[in-house]
Ligand binder design. Structure first.
Ligand SMILES: [Zn+2]
Length: 185
């Protein structure tokens, strides 16, 4: 069960996703990189209890939300002109790297699109299409490799399970370190 709710923390209205799960055994707060709050609770726990828990963690939550909101603007800022100019180069890089890394995976790759995305480096659709921000051209090679491999591996595992990370690790063994670097950007 997933519902969207709101809670007031320090006089600020904070939207959050409330998720009840039969599998989870404890309450968990997650702040996603797009600055959204997700609260997962065990099946039998009330929303009131969950909100008490959220209030206890108000400072931590507000701090993290602030951090992720500011972070968005820290990605390489560039104009539409840059996008049009470098789109082709980004596509060539993505295609070449996908071809190279897919030797190890042999996934069926759908359409590849290059977009002018500011907040995401890449994404993958259920139908196997891969999207990348043209901003991958600004990344150092190992970071760019990781972005490519991350989306590529979603063709094998459409989630972030252990199996998924095992796939990533096959060609990017230092992926944990790289993820930290990317998060700091
Ligand atoms: Zn992913």
């Amino acid at each position: 069960m997933i519902v969207r709710k709101e809670i007031i923390l320090n006089n600020q209205k904070i939207p959050y996703t409330f998720r009840k799960s039969r599998r989870s055994r404890c309450m968990r707060l997650t702040i996603k990189t797009d600055a959204t709050l997700v609260v997962s609770v065990p099946w039998l726990l009330s929303r009131k209890k969950a909100e008490d828990f959220i209030r206890q963690k108000a400072d931590w939550i507000l701090g993290k939300l602030e951090y992720f909101k500011n972070k968005k603007t820290n990605l390489p800022s560039a104009t539409r002109k840059d996008y049009l100019q470098y789109k082709k180069l980004a596509r060539e890089i993505a295609q070449k790297k996908l071809e190279y890394f897919n030797q190890y995976y042999n996934f069926k790759i759908g359409k590849i699109s290059i977009r002018n995305q500011k907040t995401r480096w890449g994404s993958c659709s259920r139908s196997g299409n891969l999207n990348f921000s043209y901003r991958i051209i600004y990344l150092s090679e190992n970071l760019c490799d990781y972005i490519i491999v991350h989306e590529l591996c979603h063709l094998g595992e459409f989630n972030h399970s252990k199996n998924f990370w095992d796939l990533v690790q096959k060609t990017v063994p230092e992926y944990k370190k790289i993820r930290k670097e990317i998060k700091k950007m």
